[in-house]
Design a protein. Structure first.
Length: 262
């Protein structure tokens, strides 16, 4: 399918690896110019070289730094001639027991996983509306739909973003100008984040890592973990010209793990 987004510009956060990289790859293959961001400059530049090799006809720019910091956000926004597509993404806060978390732990989680996406949205959506096209994708978590007890910091911060988006996406001055805002909720995708979670479970329980990983895999109805490539492909479709009638939605990509009807 021709997605109708060739030549547009996208800012993709946390794009040096994992789901963010999968999204950047899919967009580049659709002819989208990208500015990619991540904290580690060397890995970011390696990813940029990989993207340029995938499609030499697009422009790939890099802005290294912590996107939760204002100076990095300003640099990333300034690097784009215009932003037609915004992919908000950030690593989740660490797992644990809420009894052990300080006030600062909560503030850090909310800053990275709620306030930072909102700041980027605030900086971009009105200009999108003026041009008559905009796509915002927030990569959150399946834990927003089905909370995981040890991921309380993520549950809380990402749920706050979800509630905010529910109202913002339905503003007529955005939705009525072909600006859509949707949340993608990944389940178990085979990324470093998932591996770290499995390692944490193995360490705390005294189990073998491979056994822990296998037990998690068996809990997924599709009997496998997702790939960053298929996540990116779905993200690219939500950014397409054809997806203009879908906004304000929370879309689970979890291999069937969520057991509910709605």
């Amino acid at each position: 399918m021709e997605l109708g987004i060739a030549g547009r510009w996208a800012l993709v956060c946390a794009a040096s690896k994992g789901l963010g990289k999968g999204c950047a790859e899919a967009l580049v293959m659709e002819g989208v110019n990208v500015v990619i961001n991540a904290r580690t400059a060397q890995v970011l530049e390696e990813t940029a070289a990989h993207l340029r090799q995938m499609n030499p006809d697009v422009t790939v720019l890099t802005v290294a730094g912590d996107i939760s910091q204002e100076k990095t956000r300003k640099a990333a926004l300034a690097a784009c001639p215009q932003i037609d597509i915004l992919i908000n993404n950030a690593g989740g806060p660490p797992p644990g027991d809420f009894r052990d978390w300080s006030r600062q732990d909560w503030l850090d989680a909310v800053d990275v996983n709620m306030v930072t996406p909102i700041e980027l949205i605030k900086a971009t959506v009105d200009a999108m509306a003026e041009r008559g096209f905009g796509r915002v994708i927030n990569i959150t978590s399946a834990a927003v739909k089905a909370p995981i007890d040890i991921l309380g910091l993520s549950n809380g911060a990402r749920s706050g973003l979800t509630g905010f988006i529910a109202g913002l996406a339905r503003q007529p001055q955005l939705a009525g100008r072909n600006v859509t805002i949707n949340n993608l909720l990944p389940g178990s995708f085979d990324t470093d984040r998932l591996k770290n979670t499995h390692q944490g479970v193995a360490k705390s329980s005294g189990q073998d890592y491979d056994n822990v990983r296998e037990s998690f895999r068996q809990k997924v109805p599709s009997q496998r973990f997702g790939t960053a490539e298929e996540f990116g492909a779905f993200c690219a479709f939500l950014c397409s010209a054809q997806a203009g009638y879908m906004t304000g939605q929370n879309i689970l990509l979890d291999g069937g793990s969520y057991p509910g009807t709605y």
